[in-house]
Design a protein around this ligand. Structure first.
Ligand code: NAD
Length: 371
């Protein structure tokens, strides 16, 4: 029996709803596989601001550091938008990533066949798209100094700094090449080297790292072209390597290939000294919170990634993935991926967050019994 300590940060908005579905999934896995989960729930984000005045209490960060993995749903909401920056939920998120030295963010973009009609992009362009964005997470514009808003020459001036050292670029590039080695052996490195000095260093350094990975093809692509190519021909990509801001934007664009941001999981990890963080790419979706409308699949696939990357258990990872595919194949959809009825007959069956979670859990239990 393997005992795993998991810190669960449900957060705000739809966070608690999708977390509940992940808890159900872990219960099924505990009952069917050789695992015992010690789940500790901690306050993080808006809920922590409400209780303690700060988004990332020390106790929350310490509990995360002492676990085997962190499962995070989503944080934030309009209530916190006007707080000073250091007290906002997003600052807590940056603090959590920095506190766990989680410099690599993996965002797989898998287009499931049953959802080919859910995207706004043509089916034949999308079919078989399977790429992963490797985004640098603790550097670049989001962390660089100097930053701020100052009054200069009688008007306000806002500024941030995109800064990367060679060592930061090398360590994230290595993650991308290692992943590519186990996939289709292609890395597309994203930059804006025609304009930005920091991007020139990025390009040079990634090229240097590629010399240790002669079995992997490296191509460089300017970020504006990459945004276009992702929509034009997403199948050309295998591993997309990007700095923090470019990766943030391109992976949300990738979300729309899958049909909904509610489908996209992610993992954020460092060099193994601290636990990794598993979280859906979406935010707290305040517009649909508390209505049983949220798609829990991104959260469930994030939990699946935890088995693959933190517990080295590809079997459970694949079983969760297949359970999701099977339920989608049977036509079940939350509202974000549901197809509107044509001539009064809907091609898919509209269900809520809880029902989607229940069906996937049931499917997982059934598929385990077939293994
Ligand atoms: P969002 O991802 O919360 O929502 C964007 C749109 O996608 C909304 O229409 C929402 O209803 C929909 N959506 C998101 N997740 C969904 C799901 N699982 N199922 C169905 N529909 C879903 O982004 P936003 O509206 O820009 O931000 C809302 C709040 O979330 C803000 O406070 C923002 O700062 C925060 N945020 C948090 C994170 C995080 O916790 N990692 C990430 C992004 C945004």
């Amino acid at each position: 029996m393997q005992t795993k300590k998991i810190t669960l940060l449900s957060g705000d908005g739809i966070g608690p709803e999708v977390s509940l579905e992940a808890e159900k999934l872990l219960k099924v896995i505990e009952g069917q596989f050789n695992y015992k989960f010690e789940i500790t729930k901690k306050d993080f984000g808006g809920i922590a601001i409400d209780k303690y005045g700060i988004p990332l209490p020390e106790d929350t960060l310490n509990t995360c550091k002492n676990s085997d993995a962190v499962l995070l749903a989503a944080i934030g909401g309009p209530k916190y938008d006007n707080l000073p920056r250091e007290k906002r939920p997003e600052t807590g998120l940056l603090g959590l990533r920095a506190g766990l030295s989680a410099f690599a963010n993996l965002r797989p973009v898998m287009v499931f066949d049953p959802l080919l009609d859910s995207s706004t992009i043509k089916k034949d362009v999308l079919a078989s798209t399977d790429l992963i964005v490797v985004r640098e997470l603790t550097g670049g514009l989001y962390f660089g100094n100097p930053k701020g808003i100052e009054v200069k020459h009688g008007e306000k001036v806002g500024f941030n700094t995109m800064v990367y050292s060679e060592s930061e670029i090398k360590r994230i590039a290595k993650v991308a090449f290692e992943i590519a080695r186990k996939r289709k052996k292609k890395v597309t490195s994203i930059d804006k080297a025609n304009v930005l000095d920091v991007s020139q260093l990025w390009r040079e350094t990634v090229t240097q790292v590629s010399k240790d990975y002669k079995d992997v093809n490296l191509e460089h692509m300017l970020v504006d072209n990459a945004a276009m190519q992702l929509i034009k021909n997403p199948k050309q990509f295998d591993v997309i390597l990007a700095e923090n801001l470019f990766g943030d934007i391109l992976s949300d664009e990738g979300a729309m290939l899958t049909g909904s941001i509610g489908m996209l999981p992610s993992a954020s990890m460092g060099d193994g000294a601290h636990p990794a963080i598993y979280e859906p790419v979406h935010g707290s979706a305040p517009d649909i919170a508390g209505k049983n409308l949220a798609n829990p699949i991104a959260m469930l696939l994030s939990a699946a990634m935890m088995f693959k990357y933190s517990f080295s258990d590809e079997k459970v990872y694949n079983l969760i993935l297949n359970s999701v595919k099977n339920i989608l194949s049977q036509g079940y959809r939350t509202k974000d991926i549901h197809q509107e009825s044509r001539d009064g007959v809907s091609p898919t069956k509209l269900i809520g967050t809880r029902e989607m979670g229940d069906l996937i859990c049931k499917e997982l239990a059934v598929s385990k019994s077939k293994v």
